[in-house]
Design a protein around this ligand. Sequence first.
Ligand code: F0G
Length: 464
Amino acid sequence: MSLELSAPPQSEPACADDGVWLECIDCGEQFAPFEEIHYTCADCDGLLEVRYADPPTFEAFEGSGVWRYNAALPFKRGVTLPEGDTPLHEVPRLREEIGVDSLRVKHEGMNPTGAFKDRGMTVGVAVAKELGVGRLACASTGNTSAALAAYGARGDMETLVLLPKGKVAAGKIAQASLHDARILEVDGNFDSCLDIVQELAGRGEVYLLNSLNPFRLEGQKTIGFEILEEHYEDYGEYPDRIVLPVGNAGNTAALYKAFRELVASGALEESEVPTLTGVQAEGAAPMVEAVRNNRDEIQRWDDVETRATAIRIGNPVNAPKALPGIYNTGGTAVAVSDDEITAAQRQLAEAGVGVEPASAASVAGLRKLRASGEISADESVVCLTTGHLLKDPDEAFKAGGDPEPVPNDTDAVLEHINDSNETVARRVAQQFSKVADSSAVPAIIGGGLGLAYLGYRALRSDDA
Ligand code: F0G
Protein backbone atom coordinates (compact mmCIF):
# COMPACT_ATOMS: atom_id res chain seq x y z
CA MET A 1 0.00 0.00 0.00
CA SER A 2 1.64 3.23 -1.11
CA LEU A 3 0.43 6.66 0.03
CA GLU A 4 -2.03 6.70 -2.88
CA LEU A 5 -5.67 6.78 -1.84
CA SER A 6 -6.40 3.89 -4.22
CA ALA A 7 -3.62 1.56 -2.99
CA PRO A 8 -4.95 -2.02 -2.59
CA PRO A 9 -4.36 -4.13 0.56
CA GLN A 10 -0.88 -5.65 0.83
CA SER A 11 0.12 -9.23 1.43
CA GLU A 12 1.73 -9.97 4.76
CA PRO A 13 5.56 -9.99 4.72
CA ALA A 14 7.60 -12.58 6.65
CA CYS A 15 8.62 -9.96 9.24
CA ALA A 16 4.99 -9.26 10.23
CA ASP A 17 3.74 -9.99 13.73
CA ASP A 18 0.11 -11.10 13.67
CA GLY A 19 -0.58 -9.20 10.43
CA VAL A 20 1.21 -6.00 11.57
CA TRP A 21 4.54 -4.62 10.31
CA LEU A 22 6.40 -1.35 9.78
CA GLU A 23 7.12 -0.02 6.30
CA CYS A 24 9.18 2.89 5.02
CA ILE A 25 7.10 5.33 2.98
CA ASP A 26 10.17 6.24 0.89
CA CYS A 27 12.00 3.00 0.03
CA GLY A 28 9.38 0.39 1.01
CA GLU A 29 11.73 -1.51 3.36
CA GLN A 30 9.72 -3.58 5.85
CA PHE A 31 10.50 -4.21 9.52
CA ALA A 32 9.21 -6.42 12.31
CA PRO A 33 7.09 -4.15 14.53
CA PHE A 34 8.13 -5.14 18.06
CA GLU A 35 11.52 -6.83 17.84
CA GLU A 36 13.69 -3.73 17.66
CA ILE A 37 12.89 -0.06 18.10
CA HIS A 38 12.46 1.83 14.82
CA TYR A 39 11.30 5.42 14.52
CA THR A 40 12.50 5.97 10.96
CA CYS A 41 13.80 3.62 8.25
CA ALA A 42 17.09 1.90 9.14
CA ASP A 43 18.05 2.01 5.46
CA CYS A 44 17.12 5.48 4.22
CA ASP A 45 15.81 7.36 7.31
CA GLY A 46 12.38 7.79 5.66
CA LEU A 47 9.22 7.92 7.79
CA LEU A 48 7.69 4.61 8.83
CA GLU A 49 4.05 3.57 8.76
CA VAL A 50 2.32 0.74 10.59
CA ARG A 51 0.79 -1.55 7.99
CA TYR A 52 -1.86 -4.26 8.32
CA ALA A 53 -2.56 -7.35 6.22
CA ASP A 54 -6.23 -6.96 6.95
CA PRO A 55 -7.49 -3.33 6.92
CA PRO A 56 -10.84 -3.00 8.71
CA THR A 57 -14.40 -2.34 7.60
CA PHE A 58 -16.89 -0.44 9.80
CA GLU A 59 -18.48 -3.76 10.86
CA ALA A 60 -15.28 -4.69 12.70
CA PHE A 61 -15.69 -1.78 15.16
CA GLU A 62 -17.37 -2.33 18.53
CA GLY A 63 -17.39 -0.67 21.96
CA SER A 64 -16.54 3.00 22.46
CA GLY A 65 -13.55 5.33 22.47
CA VAL A 66 -10.19 4.67 20.85
CA TRP A 67 -10.29 0.93 21.54
CA ARG A 68 -13.57 0.59 19.66
CA TYR A 69 -11.28 0.66 16.64
CA ASN A 70 -8.86 -2.04 17.80
CA ALA A 71 -9.41 -3.96 14.55
CA ALA A 72 -7.42 -1.10 12.99
CA LEU A 73 -4.78 -0.96 15.77
CA PRO A 74 -1.76 -3.13 16.60
CA PHE A 75 -3.23 -4.30 19.94
CA LYS A 76 -6.65 -5.15 21.35
CA ARG A 77 -6.21 -2.84 24.36
CA GLY A 78 -3.73 -0.39 25.88
CA VAL A 79 -3.00 1.85 28.87
CA THR A 80 -6.28 3.76 28.97
CA LEU A 81 -7.89 6.60 30.96
CA PRO A 82 -10.15 6.17 28.71
CA GLU A 83 -9.89 8.39 25.63
CA GLY A 84 -11.79 9.20 22.43
CA ASP A 85 -15.57 9.30 21.95
CA THR A 86 -15.43 13.10 21.90
CA PRO A 87 -18.42 15.31 21.02
CA LEU A 88 -19.25 16.41 17.49
CA HIS A 89 -20.92 19.70 18.40
CA GLU A 90 -23.51 21.47 16.31
CA VAL A 91 -22.82 25.20 16.06
CA PRO A 92 -25.84 26.61 14.19
CA ARG A 93 -25.05 30.34 14.57
CA LEU A 94 -21.48 29.86 13.44
CA ARG A 95 -22.64 27.68 10.55
CA GLU A 96 -25.07 30.32 9.39
CA GLU A 97 -22.64 33.16 9.78
CA ILE A 98 -19.81 31.38 7.93
CA GLY A 99 -22.27 30.10 5.35
CA VAL A 100 -21.83 26.38 4.76
CA ASP A 101 -24.40 23.63 4.38
CA SER A 102 -23.50 21.97 7.67
CA LEU A 103 -20.82 22.63 10.26
CA ARG A 104 -19.82 20.40 13.16
CA VAL A 105 -17.00 20.85 15.65
CA LYS A 106 -15.17 17.72 16.76
CA HIS A 107 -13.93 18.77 20.19
CA GLU A 108 -10.81 16.80 20.96
CA GLY A 109 -10.28 19.00 24.01
CA MET A 110 -12.72 16.66 25.75
CA ASN A 111 -10.17 13.86 26.01
CA PRO A 112 -8.84 12.96 29.51
CA THR A 113 -5.88 15.36 29.48
CA GLY A 114 -7.73 17.91 27.34
CA ALA A 115 -6.22 17.22 23.91
CA PHE A 116 -6.21 14.69 21.07
CA LYS A 117 -2.75 13.50 22.12
CA ASP A 118 -4.37 10.98 24.49
CA ARG A 119 -5.49 8.92 21.51
CA GLY A 120 -1.90 8.55 20.38
CA MET A 121 -0.54 7.93 23.86
CA THR A 122 -2.93 5.11 24.77
CA VAL A 123 -1.45 3.18 21.83
CA GLY A 124 2.12 4.52 22.10
CA VAL A 125 2.52 3.64 25.77
CA ALA A 126 1.08 0.17 25.09
CA VAL A 127 3.79 -0.32 22.45
CA ALA A 128 6.43 0.94 24.89
CA LYS A 129 5.32 -1.75 27.35
CA GLU A 130 5.42 -4.42 24.64
CA LEU A 131 8.95 -3.34 23.71
CA GLY A 132 9.96 -3.32 27.39
CA VAL A 133 11.57 0.13 27.29
CA GLY A 134 12.49 2.11 30.40
CA ARG A 135 12.15 5.87 30.06
CA LEU A 136 9.56 7.59 27.86
CA ALA A 137 10.30 11.01 26.37
CA CYS A 138 8.97 13.66 24.03
CA ALA A 139 9.58 17.18 22.81
CA SER A 140 6.46 19.26 23.10
CA THR A 141 4.71 22.56 22.68
CA GLY A 142 2.81 21.38 25.77
CA ASN A 143 -0.04 19.00 25.03
CA THR A 144 2.07 15.99 24.12
CA SER A 145 4.01 16.45 27.36
CA ALA A 146 0.80 16.56 29.42
CA ALA A 147 -0.51 13.40 27.75
CA LEU A 148 2.81 11.56 28.01
CA ALA A 149 3.09 12.46 31.69
CA ALA A 150 -0.43 11.21 32.44
CA TYR A 151 -0.22 8.00 30.40
CA GLY A 152 3.31 7.33 31.65
CA ALA A 153 2.04 7.72 35.22
CA ARG A 154 -0.89 5.43 34.47
CA GLY A 155 1.47 2.87 32.95
CA ASP A 156 3.87 3.23 35.87
CA MET A 157 6.73 4.41 33.67
CA GLU A 158 9.32 7.17 33.98
CA THR A 159 8.73 10.21 31.74
CA LEU A 160 10.95 13.02 30.49
CA VAL A 161 9.69 16.02 28.52
CA LEU A 162 11.62 18.73 26.68
CA LEU A 163 9.80 22.03 26.34
CA PRO A 164 10.69 25.33 24.64
CA LYS A 165 11.42 27.72 27.52
CA GLY A 166 8.76 30.39 28.07
CA LYS A 167 6.58 29.20 25.19
CA VAL A 168 4.34 26.59 26.80
CA ALA A 169 0.88 27.47 28.14
CA ALA A 170 0.40 27.28 31.91
CA GLY A 171 -2.18 24.49 31.99
CA LYS A 172 0.06 22.13 30.06
CA ILE A 173 3.13 22.59 32.24
CA ALA A 174 0.93 22.19 35.32
CA GLN A 175 -0.26 18.83 33.99
CA ALA A 176 3.21 17.55 33.11
CA SER A 177 4.43 18.67 36.51
CA LEU A 178 1.65 17.13 38.60
CA HIS A 179 1.71 13.86 36.67
CA ASP A 180 5.37 13.83 37.66
CA ALA A 181 7.23 14.09 34.38
CA ARG A 182 10.77 15.35 34.60
CA ILE A 183 10.50 18.70 32.77
CA LEU A 184 13.53 20.05 30.90
CA GLU A 185 13.14 23.60 29.58
CA VAL A 186 15.27 24.12 26.48
CA ASP A 187 16.52 27.52 25.45
CA GLY A 188 15.21 27.05 21.91
CA ASN A 189 11.98 26.36 20.04
CA PHE A 190 9.99 23.11 19.69
CA ASP A 191 11.99 22.03 16.65
CA SER A 192 15.26 22.22 18.62
CA CYS A 193 13.65 20.22 21.46
CA LEU A 194 12.67 17.54 18.93
CA ASP A 195 16.18 17.48 17.47
CA ILE A 196 17.58 16.80 20.95
CA VAL A 197 15.06 14.17 21.98
CA GLN A 198 15.53 12.38 18.64
CA GLU A 199 19.26 12.21 19.35
CA LEU A 200 18.64 10.90 22.87
CA ALA A 201 16.33 8.25 21.38
CA GLY A 202 18.92 7.40 18.72
CA ARG A 203 21.45 6.79 21.51
CA GLY A 204 18.97 4.46 23.23
CA GLU A 205 18.53 6.75 26.26
CA VAL A 206 14.77 7.24 25.88
CA TYR A 207 11.77 5.84 24.01
CA LEU A 208 10.47 8.62 21.76
CA LEU A 209 6.74 9.29 21.88
CA ASN A 210 6.44 12.21 19.50
CA SER A 211 4.30 11.72 16.41
CA LEU A 212 7.44 10.72 14.53
CA ASN A 213 6.79 7.42 16.30
CA PRO A 214 4.45 5.67 13.83
CA PHE A 215 2.41 4.01 16.59
CA ARG A 216 1.27 7.40 17.95
CA LEU A 217 -0.48 8.11 14.66
CA GLU A 218 -2.34 4.79 14.85
CA GLY A 219 -4.22 6.04 17.89
CA GLN A 220 -4.85 9.44 16.30
CA LYS A 221 -6.31 7.69 13.23
CA THR A 222 -9.38 6.99 15.36
CA ILE A 223 -10.37 10.68 15.13
CA GLY A 224 -11.07 9.97 11.45
CA PHE A 225 -13.07 6.83 12.15
CA GLU A 226 -15.17 8.63 14.78
CA ILE A 227 -15.90 11.60 12.55
CA LEU A 228 -17.02 9.38 9.68
CA GLU A 229 -19.23 7.20 11.87
CA GLU A 230 -20.81 10.07 13.80
CA HIS A 231 -21.42 12.17 10.70
CA TYR A 232 -22.93 9.24 8.84
CA GLU A 233 -25.22 8.48 11.75
CA ASP A 234 -26.51 12.07 11.84
CA TYR A 235 -26.71 12.90 8.12
CA GLY A 236 -26.59 9.57 6.24
CA GLU A 237 -23.38 10.71 4.54
CA TYR A 238 -19.76 11.51 5.28
CA PRO A 239 -18.56 15.13 5.54
CA ASP A 240 -17.21 16.80 2.40
CA ARG A 241 -14.35 18.40 4.25
CA ILE A 242 -12.36 18.24 7.50
CA VAL A 243 -10.51 21.40 8.55
CA LEU A 244 -7.77 20.99 11.13
CA PRO A 245 -4.93 22.92 12.75
CA VAL A 246 -1.46 21.80 11.66
CA GLY A 247 1.70 21.79 13.74
CA ASN A 248 3.82 18.69 13.23
CA ALA A 249 1.18 17.47 10.74
CA GLY A 250 0.59 14.25 12.67
CA ASN A 251 -3.19 14.49 12.64
CA THR A 252 -3.29 15.31 8.94
CA ALA A 253 -1.19 12.20 8.28
CA ALA A 254 -3.26 10.09 10.68
CA LEU A 255 -6.66 11.09 9.26
CA TYR A 256 -5.44 10.39 5.74
CA LYS A 257 -4.21 6.96 6.85
CA ALA A 258 -7.60 6.16 8.39
CA PHE A 259 -9.29 6.98 5.08
CA ARG A 260 -6.76 5.01 3.01
CA GLU A 261 -7.30 1.92 5.15
CA LEU A 262 -11.08 2.17 4.80
CA VAL A 263 -10.73 2.57 1.03
CA ALA A 264 -8.36 -0.44 0.93
CA SER A 265 -10.87 -2.62 2.80
CA GLY A 266 -13.68 -1.50 0.49
CA ALA A 267 -15.57 0.20 3.38
CA LEU A 268 -15.28 3.66 1.80
CA GLU A 269 -15.41 4.84 -1.81
CA GLU A 270 -12.58 7.11 -2.90
CA SER A 271 -15.19 9.71 -3.81
CA GLU A 272 -16.47 9.64 -0.20
CA VAL A 273 -13.15 10.61 1.38
CA PRO A 274 -13.35 14.06 3.00
CA THR A 275 -11.11 16.79 1.68
CA LEU A 276 -8.32 17.47 4.17
CA THR A 277 -7.71 21.15 4.80
CA GLY A 278 -4.85 22.26 7.04
CA VAL A 279 -4.61 25.56 8.90
CA GLN A 280 -1.45 27.10 10.32
CA ALA A 281 -0.69 30.37 12.07
CA GLU A 282 0.85 32.99 9.77
CA GLY A 283 3.99 33.06 11.90
CA ALA A 284 4.56 29.30 11.58
CA ALA A 285 3.29 28.19 8.19
CA PRO A 286 5.80 25.98 6.31
CA MET A 287 3.06 23.51 5.28
CA VAL A 288 0.93 26.29 3.84
CA GLU A 289 3.97 27.58 1.96
CA ALA A 290 4.57 24.10 0.47
CA VAL A 291 0.92 23.57 -0.51
CA ARG A 292 0.52 27.04 -2.01
CA ASN A 293 3.64 26.38 -4.13
CA ASN A 294 2.50 22.84 -4.95
CA ARG A 295 5.68 21.37 -3.48
CA ASP A 296 6.22 17.83 -2.16
CA GLU A 297 8.51 18.97 0.63
CA ILE A 298 8.44 21.68 3.24
CA GLN A 299 11.27 24.07 3.93
CA ARG A 300 12.02 24.45 7.63
CA TRP A 301 11.26 27.86 9.14
CA ASP A 302 13.87 28.71 11.74
CA ASP A 303 11.99 31.64 13.24
CA VAL A 304 8.43 30.92 14.22
CA GLU A 305 6.02 32.94 16.36
CA THR A 306 2.33 32.77 17.16
CA ARG A 307 -0.06 33.26 20.05
CA ALA A 308 -1.23 29.69 19.31
CA THR A 309 1.87 28.23 20.97
CA ALA A 310 0.70 24.62 20.42
CA ILE A 311 1.37 25.03 16.69
CA ARG A 312 4.47 27.20 16.96
CA ILE A 313 6.41 24.74 14.78
CA GLY A 314 8.71 25.41 11.83
CA ASN A 315 9.63 21.87 10.79
CA PRO A 316 6.54 19.62 10.61
CA VAL A 317 8.18 16.19 10.67
CA ASN A 318 5.12 14.38 9.31
CA ALA A 319 4.90 16.57 6.20
CA PRO A 320 5.94 13.69 3.86
CA LYS A 321 2.86 11.76 5.05
CA ALA A 322 0.54 14.76 5.35
CA LEU A 323 1.18 16.53 2.04
CA PRO A 324 -0.03 13.52 -0.01
CA GLY A 325 -3.11 13.52 2.26
CA ILE A 326 -3.88 17.10 1.33
CA TYR A 327 -3.11 16.68 -2.38
CA ASN A 328 -4.79 13.29 -2.89
CA THR A 329 -8.04 14.34 -1.20
CA GLY A 330 -8.22 17.58 -3.20
CA GLY A 331 -7.55 19.64 -0.07
CA THR A 332 -5.61 22.78 0.62
CA ALA A 333 -3.88 24.71 3.40
CA VAL A 334 -4.27 28.26 4.65
CA ALA A 335 -2.55 30.55 7.13
CA VAL A 336 -4.47 32.73 9.60
CA SER A 337 -3.38 35.65 11.75
CA ASP A 338 -3.28 35.53 15.54
CA ASP A 339 -6.16 38.00 15.69
CA GLU A 340 -8.25 35.80 13.39
CA ILE A 341 -7.48 32.88 15.71
CA THR A 342 -8.59 34.84 18.79
CA ALA A 343 -11.79 35.99 17.07
CA ALA A 344 -12.62 32.35 16.22
CA GLN A 345 -11.77 31.26 19.77
CA ARG A 346 -14.23 33.82 21.09
CA GLN A 347 -16.94 32.74 18.66
CA LEU A 348 -16.55 29.09 19.59
CA ALA A 349 -16.77 30.11 23.25
CA GLU A 350 -20.01 31.95 22.48
CA ALA A 351 -21.35 28.61 21.22
CA GLY A 352 -20.31 27.02 24.52
CA VAL A 353 -17.28 25.31 23.00
CA GLY A 354 -14.17 26.26 24.99
CA VAL A 355 -10.93 25.72 23.07
CA GLU A 356 -7.32 26.82 23.19
CA PRO A 357 -5.99 29.17 20.46
CA ALA A 358 -4.43 26.51 18.17
CA SER A 359 -7.77 24.73 18.03
CA ALA A 360 -9.61 27.84 16.94
CA ALA A 361 -7.29 28.05 13.93
CA SER A 362 -9.49 25.46 12.20
CA VAL A 363 -12.56 27.69 12.40
CA ALA A 364 -10.54 30.78 11.46
CA GLY A 365 -9.22 28.90 8.42
CA LEU A 366 -12.68 27.76 7.38
CA ARG A 367 -13.94 31.33 7.62
CA LYS A 368 -11.07 32.60 5.49
CA LEU A 369 -11.42 29.94 2.78
CA ARG A 370 -15.19 30.40 2.69
CA ALA A 371 -14.76 34.17 2.32
CA SER A 372 -12.30 33.68 -0.54
CA GLY A 373 -14.64 31.20 -2.22
CA GLU A 374 -12.18 28.29 -1.97
CA ILE A 375 -14.77 26.51 0.17
CA SER A 376 -18.26 26.63 -1.28
CA ALA A 377 -21.59 27.21 0.45
CA ASP A 378 -22.93 23.73 -0.28
CA GLU A 379 -20.22 21.89 1.65
CA SER A 380 -20.65 19.88 4.84
CA VAL A 381 -17.67 20.66 7.04
CA VAL A 382 -16.18 19.32 10.26
CA CYS A 383 -13.69 21.52 12.10
CA LEU A 384 -11.32 19.80 14.48
CA THR A 385 -10.67 21.61 17.75
CA THR A 386 -7.66 19.96 19.28
CA GLY A 387 -7.28 21.28 22.83
CA HIS A 388 -9.38 22.55 25.74
CA LEU A 389 -9.79 26.22 26.75
CA LEU A 390 -8.20 25.58 30.16
CA LYS A 391 -4.93 24.52 28.56
CA ASP A 392 -4.05 28.16 28.03
CA PRO A 393 -5.79 30.22 30.73
CA ASP A 394 -3.76 33.35 29.94
CA GLU A 395 -4.91 33.56 26.32
CA ALA A 396 -8.48 32.66 27.33
CA PHE A 397 -8.49 35.49 29.83
CA LYS A 398 -7.11 37.97 27.30
CA ALA A 399 -9.75 36.94 24.76
CA GLY A 400 -12.61 37.18 27.28
CA GLY A 401 -14.16 39.92 29.40
CA ASP A 402 -12.58 41.19 32.61
CA PRO A 403 -14.10 40.67 36.06
CA GLU A 404 -15.75 43.80 37.48
CA PRO A 405 -14.76 44.75 41.04
CA VAL A 406 -17.77 45.39 43.30
CA PRO A 407 -18.15 46.30 46.99
CA ASN A 408 -18.92 43.60 49.54
CA ASP A 409 -22.58 44.70 49.82
CA THR A 410 -25.75 43.42 48.13
CA ASP A 411 -27.29 46.85 47.42
CA ALA A 412 -24.05 48.09 45.97
CA VAL A 413 -23.78 44.95 43.81
CA LEU A 414 -27.34 45.48 42.59
CA GLU A 415 -26.65 49.12 41.88
CA HIS A 416 -23.56 48.08 39.92
CA ILE A 417 -25.54 45.52 37.89
CA ASN A 418 -28.25 48.06 37.11
CA ASP A 419 -25.82 50.76 36.23
CA SER A 420 -26.25 49.49 32.73
CA ASN A 421 -25.10 52.57 30.87
CA GLU A 422 -21.70 52.40 32.42
CA THR A 423 -21.49 48.62 32.29
CA VAL A 424 -22.46 48.50 28.63
CA ALA A 425 -20.02 51.22 27.74
CA ARG A 426 -17.25 49.49 29.61
CA ARG A 427 -17.90 46.06 28.12
CA VAL A 428 -18.04 47.43 24.59
CA ALA A 429 -14.85 49.42 25.21
CA GLN A 430 -13.17 46.31 26.63
CA GLN A 431 -14.04 44.24 23.61
CA PHE A 432 -12.70 46.91 21.29
CA SER A 433 -9.47 47.34 23.18
CA LYS A 434 -8.82 43.59 23.16
CA VAL A 435 -9.28 42.97 19.48
CA ALA A 436 -7.49 44.97 16.87
CA ASP A 437 -8.43 42.57 14.11
CA SER A 438 -10.53 44.06 11.33
CA SER A 439 -12.24 40.74 10.46
CA ALA A 440 -13.55 40.55 14.03
CA VAL A 441 -14.81 44.11 14.10
CA PRO A 442 -18.20 43.47 12.45
CA ALA A 443 -18.90 40.77 15.02
CA ILE A 444 -17.90 43.11 17.82
CA ILE A 445 -19.99 45.95 16.47
CA GLY A 446 -22.83 43.46 16.34
CA GLY A 447 -22.07 42.41 19.91
CA GLY A 448 -21.80 46.05 20.99
CA LEU A 449 -25.14 46.89 19.45
CA GLY A 450 -26.61 43.86 21.22
CA LEU A 451 -25.20 45.05 24.53
CA ALA A 452 -26.44 48.56 23.86
CA TYR A 453 -29.92 47.16 23.26
CA LEU A 454 -29.72 45.21 26.53
CA GLY A 455 -28.68 48.43 28.23
CA TYR A 456 -31.60 50.27 26.67
CA ARG A 457 -33.98 47.56 27.86
CA ALA A 458 -32.53 47.75 31.35
CA LEU A 459 -33.06 51.53 31.36
CA ARG A 460 -36.63 51.09 30.15
CA SER A 461 -37.32 48.65 32.96
CA ASP A 462 -35.81 51.17 35.41
CA ASP A 463 -38.24 53.79 34.09
CA ALA A 464 -41.23 51.51 34.45
N1 F0G B 1 -3.52 21.60 18.20
C1 F0G B 1 -3.00 21.44 19.41
C2 F0G B 1 -3.79 21.91 20.58
C3 F0G B 1 -1.73 20.84 19.58
O1 F0G B 1 -1.23 20.69 20.79
C4 F0G B 1 -1.01 20.45 18.43
C5 F0G B 1 0.31 19.86 18.53
C6 F0G B 1 -1.62 20.64 17.17
C7 F0G B 1 -2.86 21.22 17.10
C8 F0G B 1 -0.94 20.24 15.92
O2 F0G B 1 -1.14 18.89 15.67
O3 F0G B 1 1.18 18.19 15.24
O4 F0G B 1 -0.74 16.74 14.63
O5 F0G B 1 -0.26 18.81 13.35
N2 F0G B 1 0.97 19.81 19.61
C9 F0G B 1 2.25 19.10 19.78
C10 F0G B 1 2.63 19.11 21.23
C11 F0G B 1 3.31 19.54 18.86
O6 F0G B 1 3.82 19.00 21.54
O7 F0G B 1 1.76 19.17 22.08
P1 F0G B 1 -0.19 18.12 14.66
